[in-house]
Design a protein around this ligand. Structure first.
Ligand code: CA
Ligand code: CA
Length: 405
């Protein structure tokens, strides 16, 4: 199958520009032997390459390109399939945009195309090419330093309980902070149910009979609040997780939460309820009524795992939470993925218009965090800063800039 990959990258400082033509000739030999063709644009700072050929060959060449030290900040923009090559005439031509008049450059690139393939800008690949050549998206090229530009230094303030507070043998809770790394602030502490059997809380709840599931989910928060009290969370915000249906199916669910919040010396304004997108739409009216009651009592609402379910945008249209947490699958390797970057930027723009705070969850790499900070995310959760701690509050590893950078 004919496959296409397009990426953009930044030339490394130590590569002399005059070696580029030679570099292209070298690359061409490899491409030719793999039957891979395409076009390579250079604007003085960035490369833009379109690779076309049999899927395995394109992937093999792309893999080598990703590991090449002569460029960095490589972002994959598109991965797709096409009926014919767009640039099959020559091997892989290097096209230095600076040698062309701005008004003529696009036509000059198109002239390199194969006549068999209708080179019209209806084609996504050619739209990418046009945007790069015209430099209209350049403000979104966030250049981040290498991962080792920051060190993550753990503070020595871990708190944990020696004896369990458990009212049940079935589960306990782990706590994981949500932080603002640059202002070195813990924004909130999330309590996540940890079943004794070792499965995840969602698996544990899913295996319970329906009539018990929501009751167990809601009532488990009694232990979360009690643990928070024992740990002494002071003025911190506490985030708890609830299945949306737990607020609908269990009678007086919000009253139960309020009662337990007060019983443990907490205040509703200190509590954030995280709900996932999944299932919230099933009984939308009743769910909306429960949310109104939560909000009226002072409790905040966050949409959890945003982007992983099917109703995220509809939920946003129907009622707006105070926070959204972007799902870890979107956060993973966001610094290398054009589609993920576009999604995060759209979420940020939308949430900025709606005054909703955005949290990135599941952050494990310095590069992910750096890209997200550049894009405008301020609140983070993930093992890069602090892994969840059973019956305790973990120490946070705060980022510190390494001198050399
Ligand atoms: Ca959560
Ligand atoms: Ca989550």
């Amino acid at each position: 199958m004919l496959s296409t990959i397009i990426y953009r990258s930044h030339i490394s400082d130590e590569v002399p520009l005059k070696t580029l033509a030679k570099l292209a000739v070298e690359a061409n030999k490899v491409n030719e032997s793999h039957n891979v063709t395409g076009i390579l644009l250079f604007n003085g700072t960035h490369f833009f390459q379109l690779l076309e050929g049999p899927e395995d060959a394109v992937l093999a060449i792309y893999d080598g390109i990703c590991r090449d030290p002569r460029h960095h900040n490589l972002v994959e923009l598109m991965r797709d399939y096409a009926p014919a090559r767009r640039f099959g005439n020559v091997g892989m031509e290097l096209f230095d945009l600076r040698e062309y008049d701005q008004a003529k450059v696009l036509q000059a690139v198109l002239d390199k195309g194969t006549s068999k393939y209708q080179l019209t800008y209806d084609d996504r690949a050619l739209q990418f090419l046009r945007v790069f050549a015209e430099a209209t998206e350049r403000e979104n090229y966030f250049e981040i330093p290498p991962g080792d530009a920051w060190e993550f230094i753990a503070e020595s303030s871990k708190r944990s309980l020696k004896e369990a507070v458990a009212a049940t043998d079935d589960y306990s809770f782990v706590f994981q902070p949500i932080i603002d790394p640059l202002s070195r602030q813990v924004v909130s502490l999330e309590a996540v149910m940890q079943p004794a059997s070792g499965v995840s809380s969602s698996e544990y709840l899913a295996q319970l009979p329906r009539e018990e599931r929501y009751e167990v989910d809601l009532k488990s928060k009694k232990l979360a609040f009690a643990l928070a009290k024992k740990l002494g969370i002071d003025g911190l915000t506490l985030s708890i997780n609830l299945l949306p249906m737990s607020l609908v199916v269990v009678p007086e669910a919000v009253d139960f939460l309020l009662q337990e919040i007060h019983a443990n010396g907490l205040v509703p304004e200190q509590i954030v309820v995280e709900v996932t997108e999944n299932g919230a739409i099933a009984r939308a009216d009743e769910f909306a009524a429960a949310i109104r009651k939560l909000k009226a009592s002072g409790i905040s609402l966050a949409i959890d795992d945003f982007g992983a379910g099917s109703a995220g945008l509809l939920l946003l249209a129907q009622f707006q939470p105070d926070k959204i947490k972007i799902d870890r699958n979107i956060i993973h390797d966001v610094h290398k993925s054009g589609p993920k970057q576009a999604i995060v930027q759209a979420i940020l723009k939308c949430c900025s218009s709606l005054q909703i705070t955005v949290i990135a969850e599941g952050v494990t790499k310095p590069e992910e965090w750096m890209w997200l900070e550049s894009a405008g995310v301020c609140h983070f959760q993930g093992a890069l800063f602090a892994a969840p701690e059973l019956n305790g509050i973990p120490a946070v590893a705060w980022p510190e800039k390494v001198e050399a950078w």
